[in-house]
Design a protein around this ligand. Structure first.
Ligand SMILES: Nc1ncnc2c1ncn2[C@@H]1O[C@H](COP(=O)(O)OP(=O)(O)O)[C@@H](O)[C@H]1O
Ligand SMILES: [Mg+2]
Length: 508
């Protein structure tokens, strides 16, 4: 899941300094919503938020209905913090606490909150060039590649995604892969104010589905791939695809699509730039060579000729990600030498990240937490070792159950040793999650050895203990993340730190 710590971050997201206030009446007109309450049509709004505790004076408080509570339940806090108007539905508008403020009423207020925020902040997505990347996997990697190249080309960049939000080199925290609609609009405005010219952004299916990127204008929309994931959230693959496809409904000025696999080709229209590693497309790759350390070189073939690429990231899928980034960058006129320099130096935290303590085997932390991603990561390391592959992995609780045995199988089919452990059991009984993963692993023909060690730290130490010279140890799951969520509590945990500690201990 892209947003494992969803809802746990309490700090208020940044706001722009300069805002041209919008009257409540103007907002009502923009979103075509009904305005009730006392005659305050000229009340001026200078910000928008969904969270009562984040309200600052002058805000429109968006009191949305939720699964557990109604935002209107927190209206008193919002008003005490200085909210000057409220957006809500009929049920919210009926609250006694909203008697004395102007209220914008919409049957589905979530659908218009992005539009209202975009209006208040001056349509900020049009003040930067926005590079949106969607798909099941590769979003973070591709946005990092785009960011790295744009920096090499001298642009001032922003980055929004799983690993966090970045303005230039300044790192802000992040709890959602894609922020809530009003926070996102404020963030674009902050970035524009600070001189950012280009923003590379992961666009998750949740974000599209929940309207978080409503009223957002993309320069580029890019599609990586689609595989089984988030089926706890979407009814089936077709629905999941339709949600991802929303990025290609005309909201992006230019569309770039990877057509490897079954789903990408369905997004292709006249004018779409295509990318493929397995067949014909606008952009293809050849001559892929992988060094013993996993670095790759290849030739990218595009409409204006070839570009020789050196990529420090392992995994054949990263050729596809790089090709997608190259196609986007080229379409926007970024010169080939900047593409070469930017890709040659790109680093993505927790994606095939090597831990090197001078040990005689390879150790990798990878954020793969989906069956297809596990398969690809293991195939990638398998391709460059004569030794054995040892993998540590688990599945999250309260999420897609169907993927658990598939994860077990993806690992058991490819690794010599599979160590099944815990990965954010959340409210579920951890041993039952492991049992489901174990079932898939044990049912695999020609499988490797399978162990079960619930304690993630012990599991990682065991993997290191089992490693022989020339082997590869892969710790799959957390990537850059720094917590293990058990029964509502997030315990500090880092795969990179734990793996480092294990290697140091074993090889003292
Ligand atoms: N193009 C791709 N195709 C298949 N798997 C990929 C691809 N890119 C990355 N992966 C796998 O998915 C993991 C997550 O990659 P990431 O770039 O963080 O994707 P996302 O942000 O979409 O979740 C990687 O560590 C790798 O194992
Ligand atoms: Mg991501």
């Amino acid at each position: 899941m892209p947003a494992k710590l969803e809802g746990k971050v309490a700090t208020a997201p940044p706001r722009p300094n300069h805002i041209r206030p919008a009257s409540v009446a103007a907002l009502a007109a923009v979103a075509d919503v009904h305005l009730t309450g006392p005659a305050h049509a000229d009340v001026q709004v200078t910000g928008v938020t969904l969270r009562a505790q984040h309200v600052v004076p002058g805000d429109l408080y968006a009191a949305l209905p939720g699964a557990h509570a109604h935002g209107a339940d927190f209206a008193e806090t919002a008003l005490a913090n200085g909210a000057v108007a409220v957006l809500t539905d009929e049920a919210g508008a009926a609250r006694e606490s909203l008697r004395d403020v102007p209220v914008l009423v919409h049957p589905r207020p979530r659908e218009v909150v992005g539009l209202l925020a975009a209006h208040v902040y001056g349509r900020p997505s049009t003040k930067v060039r926005l590079w949106g990347v969607t798909g099941t996997s590769g979003k973070t990697t591709t946005t990092y590649m785009i960011e790295s190249v744009l920096k090499a080309a001298g642009r001032h960049t922003g980055l929004i995604g799983t690993v966090g939000t970045r303005i230039g080199d300044e790192q802000l925290g992040s709890s959602h892969t894609t922020p809530e609609a009003p926070d996102l609009q404020a963030l674009f405005a902050v970035m524009a104010e600070r001189g950012v010219t280009d923003v590379a952004m992961e666009v998750s299916s949740h974000a599209l589905h929940l309207g978080r990127v409503a009223a957002t204008e993309f320069e580029i929309g890019a599609f990586t791939n689609l595989s089984q994931d988030h089926l706890d959230f979407h009814a089936d693959m077709e629905e999941y695809f339709q949600v991802k496809a929303q990025l290609f409904d005309g909201r992006a000025r230019r569309e770039v699509v990877c057509v490897d696999g079954d789903w990408g080709p369905r997004l292709v229209k006249p004018g779409t730039v295509t990318v493929a590693t397995t067949g014909p497309a606008t952009w293809t790759a050849s001559g892929v060579e992988v060094s013993p350390t996993g670095e790759q070189t290849f030739t990218a073939h595009g409409p204006d000729g070839d570009i020789e690429i050196h990529l420090p990231l392992a995994g054949s899928f990263n050729v596809a990600n790089a090709l997608l980034a190259i196609a986007c960058l080229h379409a926007e006129g970024v010169p080939s030498d900047a593409i070469q320099r930017g890709l040659a130096t790109v680093q993505v935290p927790g994606r095939m990240q090597r831990v090197d303590e001078g040990q005689d085997f390879t150790a990798v932390v990878d954020y793969s937490h989906k069956p297809a991603a596990v398969a690809l990561a293991l195939d990638a390391v398998r391709a460059k070792t004569d030794g054995r592959v040892v993998v540590v992995l688990g599945c999250g609780g309260d999420r897609d159950r169907a993927k658990r045995p598939l994860m077990g199988r993806a690992a058991a089919e490819r690794a010599d040793v599979v160590i099944i452990t815990d990965d954010n059991p959340r409210s579920e009984e951890a041993s039952l999650i492991r049992a489901a993963v174990l079932e898939g692993a044990l049912a695999t023909e020609n499988r490797g050895e399978v162990l079960e060690i619930g304690d993630r730290r012990l599991a990682i130490f065991k993997a290191v203990e089992l490693a022989r010279p020339g082997d590869v140890v892969v710790v799959a799951g957390k990537g850059h993340e720094t917590g293990q969520e058990v029964a509502g509590v997030i315990h500090p945990f880092s795969d990179v730190e734990t793996l480092t500690a294990a290697i140091r201990k074993a090889h003292r």
